[in-house]
Unconditional design. Structure first.
Length: 483
């Protein structure tokens, strides 16, 4: 979103609060309204509701060391519960439009890398340990200090990279872009559609959704993103009822037979804090925790900076308001996710959909969290939105975040090259953490070869060293005899 647009949306002087809720969340002060916050809360929920389906699939499809599998219904309940509670806590405590839920990528590590080495209780215990370490880093001020040590152009590059990343997520989730199977013996990693051409009703829904969204945005229609999601969901339901659609992916847009479903809280509290040390070597456990901490640490950092920047909430020094609280709540979310057996919960970049809809405060989190709470009982109703109807929001928000690229000085190579690598590596490796790591390491390297190493904050030196270990984790594990 351009600076002109952001300024235009805000009053010349802060509008007086209309009531206590407005005053607490600073809704009017941030140039927002209750209507925008509510629309944003709905938009965020619908763009990330897929986690209610995907997290149980990922965790439920894996077996632990003893051949045990987690129950899908219990996983759905745990996923919804943690997302509801922590999203609301973030809204009230951090006052940012930043929703939280089980982290993709992290849950795959738990399912396919950690669980085969130990029991599920032990694996979830490692998640709790990871969250506790994150909290310690926050309490000691280290996590916040690292964020403040990042040069402003790199923060802007992180936001732009995230914009491309979430747009790519939208294209992939909708089936507009797909990975070419390795057996194809081609150097092209992705292709249009599933066969090199667009085919099928679901992809048509996505394409129409993108056109509708960008048309509404161009017309500056209030509620553009939410209108698109709801409209295309209705279209998808109609198409699914009259056409022969082979697959919609994770979520099929059927009118549900039942409205209410009973939650099952059986997985809550099933974790062993130090049990992993009895199932795997100490080196293995330490490396696993290190990987989890580093990924969670910098994924969250990128997400918080990106969302705050897009919402226009960064101060003149590029700092996030109440950052300490925000980071602590995110750490607590990781603990809660492990304790509930839902895997590590973290801040969601899909929150950008809500920001694109107008969210500027934590009040929108009450809406998003409330919908996750309803999902505990109304899962059949709230999970009928197919990815093809929600994904256009990610593409649109990707564009809005991309506009920040103009603030980067591309004539200064010591900034431009790290910024470019940050932006490029995120979508190309499908990881926020990888992009931040590439930017950090290259920034430190270039400053050093230019004889200006003293200009680099010592925390960036430390973070870059950790990233070198992170990128070289495989040979390090082999040297240590872990593999």
């Amino acid at each position: 979103m351009s600076d002109t647009q952001k300024v235009a949306e805000r009053p010349a002087s802060p509008t007086p609060a209309v009531n206590g809720v407005d005053r607490y969340f600073k809704i009017s002060a941030r140039g927002s309204t209750f209507g925008r916050e509510i629309r944003g809360g709905f938009a965020t929920f619908f763009t990330m509701a897929y986690i209610l389906v995907l997290n149980p699939i990922i965790l439920g499809s894996a077996k632990d060391k003893f051949g045990h599998q987690l129950d899908a219904v219990q996983l759905t309940t745990a996923t919804a519960l943690v997302a509801a509670v922590m999203t609301i806590v973030m809204g009230i405590g951090g006052n940012l439009p930043l929703a939280l839920a089980a982290g993709l990528g992290l849950n795959a590590v738990v399912a396919f890398q950690i669980a085969p080495l130990m029991s599920w209780d032990d694996a979830m215990g490692l998640i709790v340990l990871e969250g506790l370490l994150i909290c310690v880093l926050v309490v000691t001020g280290l996590r916040e200090a690292v964020m403040h040590a990042i040069p402003q152009p790199l923060k802007q590059a992180i936001s732009v990279g995230i914009g491309l990343f979430i747009a790519f997520i939208g294209f992939v989730d909708a089936g507009f872009v797909s990975r070419i199977p390795d057996a194809a013996n081609t150097t092209v990693p992705v292709q249009l559609g599933g066969t090199g051409a667009l085919a099928g009703w679901p992809v048509l829904v996505f394409c129409l959704g993108v056109l509708l969204t960008i048309g509404l945005l161009a017309r500056k229609v209030k509620g553009a993103i939410l209108i698109s999601i709801v409209t295309m969901t209705v279209v998808a339901i109609v198409i699914n009822s009259v056409a022969d659609v082979k697959s919609w992916g994770l979520t099929t847009p059927n009118v549900p037979d039942d409205v209410v479903a009973s939650p099952d809280f059986g997985l809550l509290g099933d974790f062993s804090l130090f049990g992993a040390f009895g199932e795997a070597s100490a080196i293995t456990v330490v490396l696993l925790v290190f990987t989890l901490v580093l990924s969670d640490f910098f994924d969250t950092m990128g997400t918080v900076v990106g969302i705050s920047a897009e919402a226009g909430l960064l101060d003149e020094d590029g700092k996030v308001p109440q950052l300490g609280r925000v980071l602590l709540i995110d750490g607590v979310a990781a603990v809660a996710g492990g304790a509930a057996s839902a895997s590590s919960s973290t801040s969601y970049i899909e929150s950008a959909a809500g920001v694109g809809e107008g969210s500027r405060t934590g009040f929108s989190n009450l809406v998003t969290g409330g919908l996750f709470a309803l999902a505990l009982f109304l899962t059949p109703v709230l999970t009928i939105v197919p990815l093809q109807a929600a994904a256009p929001a990610l593409v649109a928000v990707g564009f809005l975040m991309m506009t920040q690229v103009k603030h980067i000085d591309w004539d200064r190579y010591e900034i431009a090259i790290p910024a470019f690598l940050t932006i490029a590596v995120m979508p190309f490796t499908y990881s926020i953490t990888n992009g931040i790591g590439a930017g950090f390491v290259s920034y430190v390297l270039i400053k050093t070869v230019l004889g200006r190493a003293k200009e680099v904050h010592w925390l960036l030196w430390g973070a870059s060293a950790l990233f070198l270990v992170y990128f070289a984790i495989d040979p390090i594990e082999q040297i240590l005899g872990v593999k």
